[in-house]
Write a protein that binds this ligand. Structure first.
Ligand SMILES: [Zn+2]
Ligand SMILES: [Zn+2]
Length: 298
């Protein structure tokens, strides 16, 4: 299946797409956030400040902090308009220009998201469970590439960080969205190094990473590694780091699992998923997960 990032040339680069510095409500200045992520073993990070009047619409320009072995993407968290339950919108835009213009009077969430997408950004619907985003709200952001299916800060702080079920509702309705995991780190103590993406690219080039993100050429993780996913006419085989369960999820209740200690491979028949999609979850013995993006059969 071409849309998964396995069995192709390139390397996986580990990064966090959702982080805050003192340019909005984060604890550390951007140079410290970046050095902490580099020292922790990440390959890249996106500082995604709250793009709102209270912070003078910041876009953290991290380009001077790039090195040969660590890069950054230019991002922001957009907050125009109100959701159906009168909450502020939160939309992640990764890959915007550093001079991305402040919103114009009355600009709505779909409009500012589209403006960011038109500027080349990867658009993510973030932490839907944290602020009660509805599926109907999500459908208004037609340019969205993906749902933030794991937000480590939301999970650790208020137990509202897991959103694959939210994404599945959209997938059940035929919406072809990917899923990504992040830290949404502010303090970089309890709220970081808990969720990331592994992006397949030829090099650690910001444009290559951004293209791969928009094309779904990544998988998400809290720890486990997915090494390969191969399909034949009737089945899918997953190889991974040591897992205690490997499971497959499809439309509605369609799913299957294999459980064992230290499993590194599992094969599942694919017939029942062929009306729509399947996606894969690998869980290790500490309960940490890795997730592929959905694969569509038609
Ligand atoms: Zn947010
Ligand atoms: Zn955030």
């Amino acid at each position: 299946m071409k849309n998964l990032p396995f069995g192709q040339p390139g390397n996986f680069y580990k990064g966090n797409l959702h982080t805050h510095s003192t340019n909005s409500d984060g604890k550390f200045p951007m140079s410290e956030v970046i050095s902490k992520y580099r020292d922790a073993g990440h390959d890249f990070v996106a500082l995604s400040e709250h793009f709102m009047d209270a912070y003078d619409y910041p876009v953290s320009d991290t380009r001077d902090l790039r090195t040969d072995d660590f890069t950054t993407l230019i991002a922001a968290e957009l907050h125009q308009g109100r959701t159906s339950i009168d909450e502020i919108w939160h939309i992640l835009a990764v890959g915007i220009p550093t001079d991305f213009a402040a919103p114009h009077e009355g600009e709505t969430a779909p409009q500012i998201a589209q403006r960011a997408a038109d500027a080349g950004a990867f658009i993510g619907l973030v932490h839907p469970s944290w602020n009660g985003l509805t599926v109907e709200d999500a459908k208004t952001i037609e340019c969205a590439h993906a749902v933030e299916v794991y937000n480590h800060g939301s999970q650790v702080e208020v137990d509202r960080g897991v959103d694959w079920p939210f994404c599945d509702q959209l997938l059940n309705g035929g919406w072809r969205l990917n899923g990504f995991a992040t830290d949404d780190a502010h303090a970089l103590d309890h709220d970081w190094l808990g969720g990331w993406v592994n992006v397949l690219a030829d090099s650690l080039d910001p444009d290559a990473l951004l293209d791969a993100l928009k094309n779904g050429q990544y998988y998400s993780s809290q720890g486990p590694e997915i090494h390969d996913v191969t399909f034949d006419d009737e089945s899918v085989t997953i190889t991974s780091s040591a897992a205690s369960s490997i499971s497959v999820q499809g439309r509605g209740s369609k799913s299957a699992t294999k459980m064992d200690d230290g499993m590194t491979e599992a094969t599942f028949p694919t017939k029942k998923y062929k009306d729509a999609y399947l996606r894969i979850t690998v869980t290790d013995d500490q309960g940490r997960r890795a997730w592929t993006n959905p694969v569509w059969f038609n």
